[in-house]
Design a binder for this molecule. Structure first.
Ligand code: SAM
Length: 263
């Protein structure tokens, strides 16, 4: 990576940490309602980003517990270590979900994954789900969510980019249809405890805030603010009645469990 693109990546990871407070963190907190957590638990997080959810989990499991939080984006892991490195019961690891670390004692109590699975190709999901199952305790939970499509505002924003950039973005996502995701989990050997479709609207405030958020989400790779300057007079983002820009998300939330009878 060149010096300037390394700087961009680092800037975008900090922006991500800052701008996802209102969006991803909200979905992460929703997921916690479905995750049984006890003091002393060992919990794996797939795709921890800049570590906000891992930090909440670390407090819930206490000093006796442990959070293994992984993400392949090194810059986000650096931000996570800087923000939460003081919490001794979290280990942040820079790696993809297919390389999920197997602990000496082999047993995780549960796993969580917030707003990540649509970034993981189907073949890698298959490996990831099997690997999670193999390292979970019998009866251990895996709770997560996935989004199935891009919101209208995201589509409007990506349409402001060049055709090459738009094409690049479409290759970023791996969104199976809802039934397919369920099948992948069942095929891996999980029992489905709950599988819910969800639609939500989030207020991102100003256009500028929305553009920062989407820039950060795409690792600072696409400069949405610069693109907006050119189309400002032609494009108006969809807004809430208050006039604020909204982000909508359609997806599924799943709660699954390793059966008690398999190792
Ligand atoms: C929208 S972010 C969500 C981050 C975090 N869970 C949160 O709630 O803020 C998606 C994350 O998935 C990570 N990701 C992409 N591919 C991945 C993979 N193969 N394995 C694990 N994480 C991945 C990205 O680096 C990114 O940080």
């Amino acid at each position: 990576m060149s010096h300037s693109s390394a700087m961009e990546a680092s800037k975008s990871a900090k922006l991500y940490q800052h701008k996802t407070e209102g969006v991803q963190k909200k979905y992460g907190i929703q997921l916690l309602e479905y995750l049984p957590v006890k003091h002393g638990d060992i919990i794996g997080e797939i795709g921890c980003g800049s570590g906000n959810l891992a930090a909440i989990l670390a407090r819930l499991v206490g000093e006796e517990g442990r959070i293994i939080a992984l993400d392949p984006n090194m810059e986000r892991i650096k931000v996570a270590k800087k923000e939460y490195g003081n919490l001794k019961n979290i280990k942040f690891i820079s790696c993809k979900s297919v390389h999920l670390p197997i602990l000496k004692q082999k047993c995780y109590d549960s796993f969580i994954s917030n707003a990540v699975l649509h970034w993981i190709p189907t073949e890698e999901k298959i490996i990831t789900f099997r690997r999670i199952l193999s390292v979970l305790k019998p009866g251990g939970y895996f709770v997560g969510n996935i989004s199935f499509n891009r919101s209208t505002n995201m589509q409007l924003a990506t349409a402001m980019l060049t055709l090459e950039e738009q094409e690049e973005i479409s290759g970023f996502y791996y969104r199976e249809n809802p039934e397919k995701l369920k099948t992948l989990l069942l095929d891996a050997g999980f029992e489905i405890v709950e599988y819910k479709y969800r639609y939500s609207e989030i207020n991102l405030g100003t256009v500028s805030n929305f553009l920062d958020w989407i820039t950060a989400t795409y690792y600072g790779k696409f400069d949405f603010k610069a693109a907006y300057k050119h189309v400002k007079n032609d494009i108006d983002f969809m807004r809430l009645p208050s006039g604020d820009v909204k982000h909508t998300s359609e997806g599924a939330l799943f709660v699954c469990r390793k059966p008690l009878l398999i190792e």
